[in-house]
Every structure is written in C-alpha cells, then in structure tokens.
Design a protein around this ligand. Structure first.
Ligand SMILES: Nc1ncnc2c1ncn2[C@@H]1O[C@H](COP(=O)(O)OP(=O)(O)OP(=O)(O)O)[C@@H](O)[C@H]1O
Length: 267
C-alpha cells in the first residue's frame, strides 16, 4: 500500500535539567494517502511531540519519519497545521489570513487566483460574507473554520491537527466535524488528528491509533468501520451498536495505556 506518512521505530527524549525525559519509544505508524488517522492517548504521553516530528520541526533521536517517500530532515513547508487556538492575525482580514500560506508557498500566484482559492474554501465552510471581517469579529467556531481553510489552502501533502476542536462547545464541535467531512469530500487530503475525544476520533478517523503512556509507543490500532450511509458519515451513526462497540474498545485501551484495569469500575 502507498503510505503517505511512515513513522519507523521513532524514539525521542527531551533533555531537561533533571536528565533525559523519554517521550517516544520505538513508535511506528503508517497512514495511507488520503486517509485520516486519529491519535489518542493519555495526557502528556507525547502526542504533540509526534506532530513536531512529522512536520520536521524536530528530529528524533532514533528512527525515521517519511513523508511521500522522502525522509523528513528539516521543517516541511507543505504541511498544513491547525491547533486548538486558531492563531489568526488580527491585523489581517479573514480572507488575508486564509491566503497567508499561498504567499509563502506560491509567491508567484496572482492575487486574484489566491483570493479565488481562499473564497472557494470559505464558501465550503459557510463563511461567505465574513471574508472582510477581522478575526475578533467572528465566534470561536467561525475562527476555527477559517483556520481550517488556511491549513488546507495550499493543498498541503498532509494536514496535522492538534486538538483543533478542543476549545469549542459540543454543538459547534459536531458542526466542525461535519465540515471536516465536507472538506475531505471536496478535496481529499491525508490527515493526522490529535484528540482527547474518542467520539471525535471514531467520527473523523479511518484509523484510530492509541498510544501507550509515556514514553509512548503504538499500543493499539483500530480500523474504523463506521455505519455506512450512502458513503456519508452521519453524526447519528455514533449512537449505533457498531460505534458503541468501537468506543468501548477504545475506552478499554486508554485505561490500559493509563495503567488501569479495564474490567475495574471508575477507580
Ligand atoms: N521542549 C520540551 N522540553 C522538555 N520537555 C518537554 C518539551 N515538550 C514537551 N515536553 C514534555 O514531554 C512530555 C510529552 O509532551 P507532549 O506535549 O508531546 O504530550 P501530549 O501527549 O501532547 O500532552 P497533552 O495530552 O497533555 O496535550 C510531557 O511530559 C511534556 O512536559
């Protein structure tokens, strides 16, 4: 199979005043082109560290990260990023914020073409009419929609998302989940989503990767078999026995990752 992202035997430790802090230990994962991988694991296990390695912002002590058949040795321009707090520039309009990656990756692209590309995405996420507003004039959910447009405007080879929906209320979050599927249907991309929300991981993921406690290794991989509704994933599907079973499996795996007994009660 053609894997767009391959992480092979990655081991990493941070150097701290108290000595090395091992964070990742012989971590392996592979994401095929066009697939959406959700990564879950105990708090502090090393999920964000993993994103820094995939984007080339850091080099692992051992092991290799491959993107599109190329060994990652330095920061990659062609990666899209979205974070919990959308870092939009207040002195730019929403349209100019979305255009920003094109200014870096495609400096010779005519302004009109950049605007057309950004407007196409803003339309897809329901932000037509807000393109000339400043970020502070938008709600948190709208800002996150704009930030998702900015993350994919330059058609990145991979989209990395670190808890992009974590700070949103439950209704807005579900709206954004559906927006993600709409964006993918329009222009397929390969994505890695870091999340603490197991329902989110199942709704959005083609595979869910459970990391062990720190130092993290790949503990379990769930291939998501979402109830099919004519090729569409509906939120209601989360409440079917099929999804309940996947969620129960993931909950048990998280307990194991935390060093708890899945058969035990709350404690
Ligand atoms: N630059 C750094 N220097 C030293 N230690 C670090 C550094 N960055 C992260 N750490 C530590 O490494 C561990 C893993 O951090 P990381 O942010 O990757 O975990 P995480 O799984 O994303 O956490 P959370 O689930 O809480 O968001 C944590 O204990 C953190 O304190």
């Amino acid at each position: 199979m053609n894997h767009l992202i391959e992480i092979k035997g990655v081991t990493h430790a941070y150097q701290t005043p108290n000595g090395p802090l091992p964070v990742l230990d012989d971590l392996n994962l592979a994401v095929p082109e066009g697939e959406f991988a959700a990564v879950v694991g105990p708090s502090g296990c090393g999920k964000s560290t993993l994103t820094r390695l995939v984007t080339g912002l850091m080099k692992p002590d051992q092991g290799e990260v491959w993107l599109h058949g190329q060994l990652v040795k330095s920061p990659r321009k062609t990666v899209g990023m979205a974070f919990q707090n959308p870092v939009l520039l207040e002195w730019r309009t929403i349209l100019d914020n979305v255009i920003l990656p094109l200014e870096i990756v495609a400096p010779s692209m005519p302004r009109a073409d950049r605007e057309a590309r950004a407007m196409e995405l803003l339309d897809l996420v329901g932000l037509t009419g807000f393109e000339n507003k400043r970020p502070s004039e938008l709600s948190g959910g709208m800002r996150q929609r704009a930030s998702l447009c900015r993350a994919i405007v330059h058609k990145p080879e991979v989209l990395i998302m670190d808890e992009p929906f974590g700070a949103l209320d439950a209704f807005t979050r579900e709206d954004l989940w559906q927006t993600m599927h709409a964006l993918r249907a329009q222009e397929p991309f390969t994505a890695v989503l870091i999340t603490h929300d197991l329902r989110e991981s199942v709704y959005l993921g083609d595979q869910v990767i459970v990391l062990s406690g720190r130092p993290a290794t790949t503990q379990f991989v769930l291939d998501v078999d979402y109830p099919d509704d004519g090729g569409l994933r509906k939120i209601d599907g989360l409440y079917t026995p099929q999804c309940a079973e996947m969620l129960a499996t993931l909950r048990d795996q998280i307990k194991i990752a935390q060093g708890r007994d899945p058969e035990a009660g709350l404690h």
